[in-house]
Design a protein around this ligand. Sequence first.
Ligand code: ADP
Ligand code: ASP
Ligand code: MG
Length: 444
Amino acid sequence: MKFGGTSVADAPAIRRLVEIVRTRREERPLVVVSALARVSNALLELPLLPVHHRRTAVHALLQRHRTLALELELPSHVTKPTAEEADILTSSLEALGDAPPSGEVLDFVAGHGELWSSRLVTAALERGGISSAWVDVRPVIHTDDHFTSATPERTGLPSRAREAFFGHLEAGRVPVSQGFLGSAPDGRPTTLGRGGSDYTASLLGAALEVDRVEIWTDVDGIMTADPRVVPQARLLPVASHHEAAELAAFGAKVLHPATQAPLVEAGIPCVVLNSFAPHRTGTRVISTADPGQVGPSPVRAVSCKRGITIVNVTSPRMLGASGFLRRLFEVFERHRISVDVLATSEVSVSMTVENSFPLDKLRRDLEELGEVSIAPERAIVAVVGLALRDSPGIAARIFSAVRDINVEVISQGASSTNLTFVVREEESLDAVRAVHREFIEESA
Ligand code: ADP
Ligand code: ASP
Ligand code: MG
């Protein structure tokens, strides 16, 4: 059972969590938690604050956890390790001075949120009469040393996970551990990237061969669009692992993009549930080729990923030449930059990458292959559905729905479940609303 930030945000949320865990007690749950809502952001901002403001900012975070412990009537020793770690954090931040923080520093700093929230949740369960145990996830989730988005080491994980959790489970205790965190080969703390707690839950679930992974969040499940963008969005009662992964990869924040991979391999379902309305049925994410239509059309959901840059490489050398794409992608591989959407013509290639990647060096290397142009502040809109490639007229309807918006790159066909296109960032939410209206609202 994974609880996200809003599901542990305050005393009422943690009390709800305790009651939700109680309903699953017979099933021997393992609980994974995120940091309290907004804490990861606040931690990540610390190294960017003026040095003399950092102590106060850490103290405010510590106070938030202390107040919560008081509200939940937890024993006072519960926040003792939190206070000690806050001291160490303050000293490290002061020692850092004005230097820009490395990935290693960011992971060390950000990781505190989950350590602190998980201690509160362990104690709240105990307080609610549910025997529980705090487990440090870092020795279990071994990763590489790619700080801020480390890749977990899968071999050895099942035995480490069994060792860490089975004793507690067999003794009838509910283990409570941290999402998001891991440790590099030399033991330094790492993180799995923003939103990575979902991934932790699926990694541990697969390693322990659980019956299911529950993702408890602040919406009813996976919806036909982000309900914050499209209030008319409808719940998908069932989704395939494949579409959940596609939606996550293209901006649907409800699940971390890597969450489905361990579950597909292990054949484990994942259920997305609303911790504010625990009796609702949520979305069941399963292995299925046919999750069913939500309306008369095969389109099932639409999402968008903002913060994208289009990189275009034009080279007459591409004409009829073999091996050009290999050289091109070697450059991206060398820079560890992944490409989301790709379209090619006879002499040019358009690719999209995330804005967060530093593109200067990439650009220089790409210029050896051809003329490079870069268009930042773009967004990918992804339309996900059943057999879109085989449904005549879908593309015409999509592009007529967004006819007032300039579409710069289109990609369809690689997967029959998705059609993606790239627009300017400021037009992307309108594009999502227009597609949703055309296929899901009109058909409701
Ligand atoms: P948590 O803190 O529980 O991990 P997140 O904020 O990471 O929660 O993810 C939940 C949010 O994902 C929702 O509040 C919603 O705004 C957003 N979201 C984006 N796309 C979708 C979608 N297709 N279905 C449901 N939620 C979505
Ligand atoms: N707390 C981390 C974040 O905000 C991980 C997570 O919530 O999944 O990114
Ligand atoms: Mg999340």
